[in-house]
Design a protein around this ligand. Structure first.
Ligand SMILES: [Zn+2]
Length: 276
């Protein structure tokens, strides 16, 4: 399945269109055996009243996808559940997870930009791109993206991993941080690593990227080599940090994240080095 983003949908909503409906931070899902499905437009007839207007967000293998909000007063029938998108990761196929994240991000953006940030007038949807425009002063607002870097720092046959108080659960991961205005990605990497664990790195190389719409990040992943210094964790950011070999890793993040792809890259590479 492949997703094509878009902002102009067909003239009428198809019965089998995917509908990503949010109530607050939770996504409406339909129960199916022991898993969940994204509701189709025809399923919404089971709700006791209509949701807010739906926004077209693109198509998944030709099937239109919509995002929208559901008033708090709507109580879904027992065949539905309301769940955080992240808790549905293991129940949905990969493209649907990405679209659910995008829907989450666009619904929040829509909610937060109903009025112009400059003059306070009610905004309108722009017709030729995904943006809102103020009819009074002309200010255009696009969905916000917050770039964040994430980096696997390798020292010989060991990988730097840390546990942050922000992590849900016990796992350890590679370091990450938001890019600040005026900073290059490389400067961000050096600053974050110095701030969080007090070491220096060299040979920074691009690895890949992943949209992370919780609420609006784009994760840009790198690998780097240890240069100098000893780990001194910033207690506000890091509970524990250390160098781990591939055969002695602590619990790590789930497969869906680019953090895990970096860790798997390290494991596969040190494995190969060990065999050769
Ligand atoms: Zn305005």
């Amino acid at each position: 399945m492949s997703f094509t983003p878009g902002y102009i949908g067909p003239p009428e909503i198809f019965e089998n269109a995917f509908c990503f409906l949010f109530q607050g931070q939770e996504l409406l899902a339909k129960k199916q055996d022991d898993g969940y499905l994204i509701p189709q437009f025809r399923d919404l007839q089971e709700l006791d009243r209509s949701p807010e207007p739906l926004h077209y967000i693109g198509s998944l293998d030709g099937r239109p996808c919509y995002a929208g909000e559901m008033a708090a007063a709507i109580l879904p029938p027992k065949t539905f559940v309301l769940k955080k998108v992240r808790s549905l990761f293991e129940h949905l196929e990969e493209p649907l997870i990405g679209v659910a994240g995008l829907a989450n991000q666009l619904v929040l953006w829509d909610r937060n930009h109903r009025f112009c940030g400059r003059c306070g007038l009610e905004t309108e949807d722009k017709t030729n791109e995904r943006a809102k425009v103020c009819p009074g002063c002309g200010l255009i607002s696009y969905p916000r993206l917050s770039p964040a870097m994430i980096v696997a720092v390798v020292r010989g046959d060991r990988l730097l991993l840390a546990h942050s108080p922000r992590f849900p659960g016990e796992f350890y991961s590679v370091l990450a941080g938001f890019v600040e205005p005026g900073e290059t990605l490389e400067e961000c990497i050096r600053r974050e690593i110095a701030e969080e664990v007090g070491i220096e790195v060299k040979n920074i190389r691009y690895f890949g990227s992943q949209p992370w719409p919780f609420p609006d990040s784009l994760m840009i992943a790198f690998t780097a080599e240890y240069s100098k210094g000893e780990i001194t964790a910033d207690p506000a950011e890091i509970v524990d940090a250390g160098w781990f070999s591939a055969d002695n890793l602590p619990p790590v993040p789930p497969k869906i994240s680019i953090a895990r792809r970096l860790i798997d890259w390290f494991t596969e590479n040190t494995g190969k080095r060990g065999r050769s």
